[in-house]
Design a protein around this ligand. Structure first.
Ligand SMILES: O=C(O)CCC(=O)C(=O)O
Length: 278
């Protein structure tokens, strides 16, 4: 796929770009089925579970089905999802922004069940790129991608971006509380000198992909639709600017996982890499 001519300029100006129809309906059906298998595993676990970098964030529900909210690094054991993160179409989009030697810091699925809470408060992803000393030139070395598996609409809890907010750099937005499970508040925007007038609803069809900057202020609401909302997120970094992460592309060629997982976010990977419940 040839990236649009305006990709770099649009990304630099707005802090995000949306690509329509990057994956076709048959591909999305296959990817969605693999994501549903991960969900079933999560339900069987019943509570949060970790095996190395692989992590399922699950809210137990003794009276019903456990709520699977998020899973990280599922590509270790789901080949269909692994193929997405290494897809050449992603490289085509990332190369003009980051180059051909890329590591990956995020490999994550977010689910929002119909009617379930699942808000993400206003935040910049930069706050999660820790330890900070492992990341250099974050503003220009890191890009987050989100692939829609279901329709993302205001009704289904789509993301909301504050256009051009990345230009303000690190805003230290209310970093005390959790992001997942807290709703977006206009007061947080106001305190950071941002205006709700710059709010963009990120409306996506299945197969559309959003790219956004680690400093772009964004969040998302609850799913009030009658269908589930699945988002597959992969985050890439220019390899020379990061000491963490799994390799994704070396000189533009996809890099399969090695025999040992790489240190990404889970600090106790080497001491407590075995499967365990939390
Ligand atoms: O899944 C969502 O709606 C929110 C995603 C998000 O804010 C993030 O990954 O930083």
């Amino acid at each position: 796929m040839t990236p649009p001519d305006t990709l770099q300029a649009d990304y630099a100006r707005d802090g995000y770009v949306i690509l329509r129809g990057l994956f076709n309906a048959a591909e999305i059906a296959r990817i969605g089925a693999a994501i549903d298998r991960v969900h079933e595993e999560g339900v069987r676990h019943g509570r949060s579970f970790r095996h190395g970098n692989l992590f399922y964030n699950i809210a137990p529900d003794p009276s019903g089905t456990p709520l699977v909210r998020m899973a990280q690094w599922i590509s270790y054991h789901q080949p269909v999802l692994n193929a997405v993160r290494l897809d050449p179409r992603l490289l085509d989009l990332l190369e003009p922004l980051l180059g051909r030697d890329l590591k990956q810091i995020i490999n994550q699925i977010h689910w929002k069940a119909p009617g379930a809470l699942g808000d993400f408060a206003w935040h910049q992803d930069a706050r999660f790129r820790l330890p900070a000393e492992a990341y250099r030139n974050l503003a220009t070395s890191y890009v987050q991608t989100g692939l829609a598996i279901d329709p993302h609409t205001p009704q289904s809890g789509c993301m909301k971006f504050i256009r051009a907010s990345h230009l303000k750099g690190d805003l230290a937005l209310d970093t005390e509380a959790e992001v997942l499970g807290r709703s977006m508040s206009d007061a947080v925007l106001g305190a950071a000198g941002l205006s709700p007038d710059d709010l963009v609803e990120v409306i996506l069809e299945p197969g559309d992909l959003a790219l956004w900057s680690p400093y772009l202020v964004h969040g998302s609401g609850a799913n009030r639709s009658d269908h589930k909302r699945r988002l597959y997120i992969n985050g890439y970094v220019r390899a020379e600017d990061c000491d963490r992460g799994e390799w994704a592309f070396r000189d533009g060629k996809p890099v399969p996982f090695g025999p040992e997982p790489a240190l990404v976010h889970y600090e106790a990977l080497r001491e407590r890499g075995e499967p365990h419940y939390l």
